[in-house]
Write a protein that binds this ligand. Structure first.
Ligand code: MLT
Length: 263
């Protein structure tokens, strides 16, 4: 499905009814990473999986992007869908950075948070410099350099070696991200605020769900983050990297199901 938001066309999928469950994908990915959740969880909840601007089937609008802008897009989507009830927001990696901003801006809309494969800290100086380099490479050579660099690290080594079908499918999702979206997201991540102080303000039930073999965001950071949130469950998936929703979909869905039923 598509909707015309303020200045671009956003693609999204939705299915089911009940508690609204908004999934926000990471970088440079799309709503496809939530396909196993869309299929399984729509029997219990109203599942909504948007493609962020410049990603997936959403329009490839040029930057600048910011966490505020991306969170605003999601708020506009919820308005378009007529959702008045508080929503459970599940953010993956960059989607988690957007989730923090969404919580700061639209707290009254949030019933609970699922933070997966993400971190609250902003980029250190060398991380910011790497974002600039990556954006330059993408402007010169397209998205392939980013995809080739990230693909071997985005799954656990075991998943990467034993599941070529998943590797190909994730590669296809990444390659489908527009140059505008890739550069826009890189710059938005580079300039994102530090959300560490936001952790203490989170007053809704939260789950932090992390892969034990995440090579992009170390487990130790997720554990610390979970410890700073008042009402937070911390779940670690063994043999799982940076993509728990795809590497371990059944278990992921069980955690989400139990969490929302307990709200
Ligand atoms: C993501 O998976 O969204 C990104 O790897 C996050 C990041 O680069 O900070």
């Amino acid at each position: 499905m598509k909707v015309n938001l303020d200045n671009f066309e956003m693609a999204y999928s939705e299915a089911g009814s009940g508690t609204p469950l908004l999934f926000i994908h990471g970088f440079p990915l799309s709503k496809s990473i939530w396909q196993p959740q869309l299929e399984a969880l729509n029997t219990s909840f109203h599942v909504i999986t948007p493609d962020l601007r410049g990603h997936g089937d959403s329009e490839a609008v040029p930057g600048p992007y910011s966490m505020e802008l991306l969170a605003g897009d999601l708020n506009a989507l919820l308005d378009h869908l007529g959702i008045n009830q508080p929503v459970v927001v599940c953010g993956h990696s960059m989607g988690g950075y957007i989730t923090f901003e969404f919580f700061r801006q639209y707290q009254q809309r949030v019933a609970g948070l699922i933070l997966t494969a993400t971190r609250s800290a902003d980029d250190p100086p060398e991380g910011k410099a790497n974002r600039d380099k990556a954006a330059q490479n993408v402007l010169q050579d397209g998205v392939s350099p980013v995809v080739e660099g990230m693909l071997p690290k985005i799954m656990s080594p075991a998943t990467f070696d034993t599941d070529p079908e998943l590797v190909e499918s994730v590669k296809g999702i990444m390659m489908g991200t527009s140059i505008e979206g890739t550069v826009g997201a890189l710059m938005a991540m580079k300039d994102r605020p530090d959300s560490t102080l936001t952790l203490e303000e989170i007053n809704v039930p939260t789950v932090v769900l992390h892969g034990g073999e995440d090579q992009i965001i170390p487990l130790v950071e997720a554990r610390k983050m979970a410890g700073s949130i008042q009402d937070c469950e911390f779940v670690v998936f063994d043999n799982t990297g940076h993509l728990p929703s795809l590497e371990n979909p059944q278990r992921f869905n069980n955690v989400v199901q139990d969490f929302i039923q307990g709200l």
